[in-house]
Design a protein around this ligand. Structure first.
Ligand code: URA
Length: 245
């Protein structure tokens, strides 16, 4: 069934009918290869591909954004003083988008932002044990004993020790002092400052932290800090099928 493009944009909560006129005037809306000039353009949800600001928009009730969170902003939808992660999304109406989980202000990397509340909830549910993989630079050197301690679970001041985590040294830089190393660590929980506290528990300090993966969703290497893109259909399908229920 063909639909007016301004109705599509308003249904998707990208722009109201009056806002969409500004988008058309600025040439920001395309269907397939054609720039849309006005709201009466006929859109076929079955066949046509919509683009806003060059980003493909799927005709779906929900939006799923991958953000390469830069350091220096907080994971919140709004804040009176601090820059938030939402400010890195395109200047479209933000629907009810919210970040899935939290990264610290100084942590970088993969952040999923969506208005699909059910998926957001499922990815964070403690019982789901969704893997979160990080790259970290830490003060001190990882030994086989450290790897074992992460695998066994660590006391970080919670009721119970942490769930088993996989720690893998990527590079080691011994020096006259204690040295430093680069690691990959995969956890299945999301406790406050979890990775930093786990390293603290073994006498090491996280100097830099970047999230690489959440469940099946991997940070796109093409993105630079502060850049975002919509998830592909395949990424959405895998997230829902592997973690959504
Ligand atoms: N663990 C941390 O310590 N900080 C983060 O931002 C994410 C995981």
């Amino acid at each position: 069934m063909l639909m007016r493009i301004d109705k599509v944009l308003s249904q998707l909560k990208i722009a109201t009918r009056s806002e969409s006129r500004k988008l058309f005037a600025a040439g920001r809306v395309m269907v397939n290869r054609e720039t849309v000039k006005n709201g009466s353009f006929r859109f076929d949800p079955e066949k046509d591909q919509l683009y806003v600001d060059g980003n493909p928009v799927s005709y779906e009730p929900y939006q799923y954004w991958m953000l390469y969170k830069p350091a220096g902003c907080i994971t919140a939808t709004e804040d009176a003083k601090e820059q938030t992660v939402m400010q890195f999304l395109p200047p479209l109406r933000h629907r009810d988008l919210s970040p899935v989980g939290r990264l610290d202000k100084d942590t970088e990397g993969l952040l999923l932002i969506t208005d699909d509340g059910a998926l957001n909830h499922a990815l964070l549910a403690p019982g789901k044990h969704v893997e979160k993989e990080y790259f970290a630079r830490v003060r001190g050197l990882v030994t086989e004993a450290t790897v074992r301690q992460f695998a066994q679970g660590l006391e970080i001041g919670e009721k119970r020790p942490t769930a088993p985590a996989v720690l893998e040294a990527v590079s080691s830089h011994p020096d006259a002092g204690e040295g430093w190393c680069e690691v990959r660590v995969t956890v299945t929980e999301g406790k406050f400052h979890q990775v930093k506290r786990m390293f603290q528990a073994v006498g090491m300090e996280v100097l830099y932290l970047k999230r690489l993966r959440m469940g099946t969703l991997v940070l796109d290497e093409q993105l630079k800090p502060g850049e975002c893109r919509l998830l592909t259909e395949e990424e959405i399908r895998r997230l829902k099928s592997d973690h959504g229920k």
